[in-house]
Every structure is written in structure tokens, then in C-alpha cells.
Design a protein around this ligand. Sequence first.
Ligand SMILES: NC(=O)c1ccc[n+]([C@@H]2O[C@H](COP(=O)([O-])OP(=O)(O)OC[C@H]3O[C@@H](n4cnc5c(N)ncnc54)[C@H](OP(=O)(O)O)[C@@H]3O)[C@@H](O)[C@H]2O)c1
Length: 324
Amino acid sequence: MKSIIYESYGSPDVLKLIKTSTPEPSRNELLIKVISSSVTAADWHLRKADPMMVRFMNGLFTPKRKVLGQEFYGEVIETGGSVTRFKPGDKVFGSTGLKTGAHSEFIVLSEDSVISRADGDIEDDSLAAIPIGAMTALFFLKQGGLKKGGRVLINGASGSVGSYAVQIAKGKGATVIGVCSTRNVKLVREIGADQVIDYKKERLTDHPQKHDIVFDTVGNLSYRSVKPLLSSEGHFISTAFNLGLMRAMMMNTFRKGHKVYTGVTKESQELLDEIKDLIKSKKLKAVIEKTYSMEEIKEAHIHAESGHKQGNIILAIQGGTTHV
Ligand SMILES: NC(=O)c1ccc[n+]([C@@H]2O[C@H](COP(=O)([O-])OP(=O)(O)OC[C@H]3O[C@@H](n4cnc5c(N)ncnc54)[C@H](OP(=O)(O)O)[C@@H]3O)[C@@H](O)[C@H]2O)c1
């Protein structure tokens, strides 16, 4: 089979498309033919070992797990003897978690991984771009106490996490304010934002309204800068992970009203099942900017690393349709 590997940390030039041997599932594992995967912010952060912390998780000097790719859409080809949740022929989508490895034609995962069946009318290769971004958006919005009628401001509303956060908050009946650049204003409105702030033309503080949740997916806001934008019981959520935010989160117990939430998404089957229900009820879909082939992996990484992708990038592995 073909796999994209990286044997040292660095620029997109470290990525190589090579032939590897197809893995075999053990008793509790599934062999999945990967139809499509995605190239996410996590992929380029891992490839570059940026932040430095990556080296403590994936090898100090060289990467331990050499195949990237954390989400996939595919077909179960073979199951180990004790597997009961899935059978050969099932179309599935899910997350590999920290194991990564979805940038390969086949992958083995234990049946208790975060995987859902892509049954009925939701079968589509864009499902590969949903698990990470959508579970992250849902996980943090839940932490922030998302509720019907609340006001939710999403910074980075046109990116992967942001575009799912807009749809989830809107689906829950919140008033959604999206922040993005001029070229994405139309997109952010189309996916459900009630109001869009174009950060190229206005500042967040130009708007006097207070919000129940400010959700930063960009990493350029601090609790201090967001404080004047929060309602008395408003919460600040950030997918960025830095010391300042960790400190602000640790102060939650000592602070009245405002809470700060950051850290790493705790992926779960419950979250993915909830996302699947939203897809089925047409309240959530992936925004796909472009599909790349395995041969175009370097271009796909350069695109993802720009920090300006519109929604998501698909990596076509074995079949699937093309999003230009
Ligand atoms: N904590 C976790 O567990 C977790 C999980 C998943 C992701 N993340 C992190 O979350 C972050 C977002 O991931 P992503 O996949 O959504 O990224 P992404 O798809 O690359 O999206 C970034 C978005 O940010 C927007 N943006 C850039 N500069 C901006 C600015 N100054 N103001 C407002 N918007 C701006 C861009 O829109 P324009 O082109 O319009 O500027 C772009 O659409 C990454 O840092 C990722 O590592 C964390």
C-alpha cells in the first residue's frame, strides 16, 4: 500500500510518499480502506514539532509515529475475531486520535476507537474532514455552557473548528457572531452566522454588545482582551494552548462570573455520535476548500499552514470525489 511518511521534523519537504506493507488486524481491530483523509492544523504542527511540546509526545529527535492524518472516511475490509461493532463492507468515519496514520491506503484501529458508521444518505468523502474540527467545536461549546438564545462570538469562523462552531451554535438556537476576513464574510453568513465582523475593517471592541461565549480558534485573543466583550456570566474558550490561558483557566475557581476554558479536546464516541446526528438532520456539514491527491501532500501542508484555509482540506486516498 502507499503511505505518506516523515522521518524527521521540518518543512513540507520531509514528507515522502512510499510503499509500505498493508497492516493486519488483530482480534479486536478493524482493517479500514481509507477513501479520504484531511490535512489539519494538527498535521502541520506535528510535522514541524511546533510547539516544542510535540517532541515530548512524538519523539524528542525523530517522530515515533511516522504517518500523519488523524481523521478518515473509509470502508471496513476485515475485522478481528472479537470485533462486534463493525463488519466488512461498513462505511465508517472517525478519528485515529494520537495514533495518527490516516495518510495511508489502509489503517488498523481497535474497535473501541472513536468511529461511527456512515450509514444511509450521509456517505460522502467530506466526512473525513468532520471528526476533529466538529468534536473540538462541540467539546468546547459544551464546556462554555452553550444555550438557546445565548450570544456566541466565534473568532476564526471560516476555519475548520470555527465553521463547525458556527453551525453547532446556530443549530442550538444561539445568536452567532462570526469573525473572519473580507473574503470569507459571505461564507460565514451562509453557514449560519447572524452577524459577521470583518477583522480587516473593524475591531471587536467597535461593537458594544456583550457575549455569553467568546470562542477563539485563532489564538490571538487573551482573557484580558476579551473581558470587556463578555456578559457578567460569560465564558472565554480558546483552542490555542499557552501558559497565559492555562493560568487564566486555573484562576476560574477564584473568579466570579467569567470562566476560561482551554486545553485539548477530549474526543469520545458520544461526541462523534452527536455530530453524526447533526449531519443526519442537516444541521452540520463540512466546508471543503480543496481536495489534494497523495502526490500533492506538500502543497496541502503549505495550504494548511497558511492559517487561512476556508473550512477544510481533503486528502483523497483511494477514490472519492474532487473538491476543486
Ligand atoms: N485544543 C485542541 O484540542 C484543538 C483541536 C483542534 C484544533 N486546535 C487548534 O485550533 C486552531 C484552529 O484550527 P483550525 O483547524 O480551525 O484552523 P484553520 O482551519 O487553519 O483556520 C484558521 C482560520 O482562522 C482565521 N484567521 C486567521 N487570522 C485571523 C484573525 N486575525 N482574526 C480572525 N480570524 C483569523 C482564518 O480566516 P481568514 O482567512 O478569514 O483570516 C482561518 O479560516 C489551531 O491552532 C489548531 O491547532 C486545537
